[in-house]
Design a protein around this ligand. Structure first.
Ligand code: DAH
Length: 339
């Protein structure tokens, strides 16, 4: 098609549109000229056959034709038949799509990672299916210890179990890295507990481990206490303090249980803290030299602390949740209240 042929085709098309008597005729012309297989798209497709020098002028003319045909069709009401006109009430408020909320356990884990991140800790990971060495032996837990019982632990065979704690991630981390080590390890843990308001067979813990060279500065129980005190304030609010009570864990010496002062009554005594002013939240201590030996760290050269706490426990006291099972039911009425 030459330029002058194009101009007369254009004049013809515009005349046809102007003469169209009804919506069906307008639609037929729309299909004929600008529909998917219409003559204008066909011209655009055939553009590559136009001699190069003529292409810009020809292209411009085709585009102009298309624009004129489209506005002529629009003037005749093309497309209006199928499209529904807006009949809403613009004075009404908009509709909001409900936003999701983070699960309280996710929030506690993320908040913990943020707080310890400020202190230079990174997040380490380990599998839920563990071996006896990582979950017990390397953590200085003897074979006759009750936690190794078939009634306490989900064993698959003699060596393979669902981890009962996140402490095996300490072992994995030390086997894979040289000191200094500064990690927290959140994850799922499993015990053969019967479910009730405060127990679940599947719950979450966060482990912490800090190891450094003793010659540079021996890691001390005071370091552990100050770090946990910082964590307590950041997680539970200003004014919350920590106290240590002597305890026993196979993998730490000395070992302590860690209490937070009650964030509800500020330590005066209330229903939440059972009138004691304190809430037990974690186990902790100085890493036992026997644990260092199992991972090939020289106990003469290195010292460190470790701690572990239950995520459900922190979530329950932080948000005032009376029953652990609420955390697993995923009832949106409950989750939204905390969002
Ligand atoms: N693994 C212990 C438990 O599940 C908690 C714990 C106590 C972890 C003392 C530690 C620690 O790292 O030092 O009861």
């Amino acid at each position: 098609m030459t330029l002058s042929e194009l101009e007369s085709a254009k004049a013809g098309s515009l005349a046809e549109i102007a003469a169209a008597a009804d919506a069906a005729a307008v639609e037929a012309l729309r299909v004929k000229y600008v529909g998917r297989n219409g003559s204008i798209p066909a011209l655009i497709k055939a553009m590559k056959d136009v001699p190069k020098e003529e292409r810009p002028a020809f292209g411009k003319a085709v585009q102009a034709w298309r624009a004129e045909v489209e506005s002529a069709l629009a003037a005749k009401g093309a497309g209006a038949s199928g499209a529904k006109a807006f009949d809403g009430d613009l004075s009404q408020p908009g509709r909001w799509r409900a936003l999701g909320v983070k699960h309280p356990l996710t929030r506690v884990i993320e908040e913990t990672a943020r707080i310890f991140g400020h202190l230079g800790f990174t997040v380490a990971d380990g599998p839920e299916l563990e071996n006896r060495f990582n979950n017990f032996t390397a953590l200085n837990t003897p074979p006759h210890h009750p936690s190794q019982d078939r009634t306490d632990t989900f064993w698959f065979n003699d060596d393979c179990l669902l981890r009962t704690q996140t402490s095996p991630v300490q072992i994995r981390t030390m086997l894979a890295n040289k000191p200094p080590v500064r990690v927290i390890c959140p994850g799922r843990t499993f015990r053969r507990d019967t479910t009730d308001a405060t127990h679940s067979a599947n719950f979450h813990q966060i482990e912490g481990l800090y190891v450094d060279e003793t010659a540079t500065k021996p890691v001390s129980l005071a370091d552990l206490k100050s770090v946990l005190a910082y964590f307590a304030r950041e997680m539970m609010g200003d004014g919350v303090t920590v106290r240590f009570r002597p305890h026993f864990f196979p993998f730490t010496e000395p070992s302590v249980e860690v209490d937070f002062s009650c964030h509800v009554c500020k330590g005066k005594g209330c229903g939440v803290c059972k009138q004691s002013g304190w809430i037990e939240v974690a186990g902790a201590g100085m890493v036992d030299p026997r644990v260092f030996k199992h991972v090939g760290y020289d106990p003469e050269k290195y010292s460190g602390y470790a701690f572990g706490f239950g995520v459900e426990r922190i979530a329950m006291i932080k948000y005032g949740i009376p029953d652990i099972r609420w955390l697993y039911e995923n009832d949106l009425r409950f989750l939204r209240q905390l969002g």
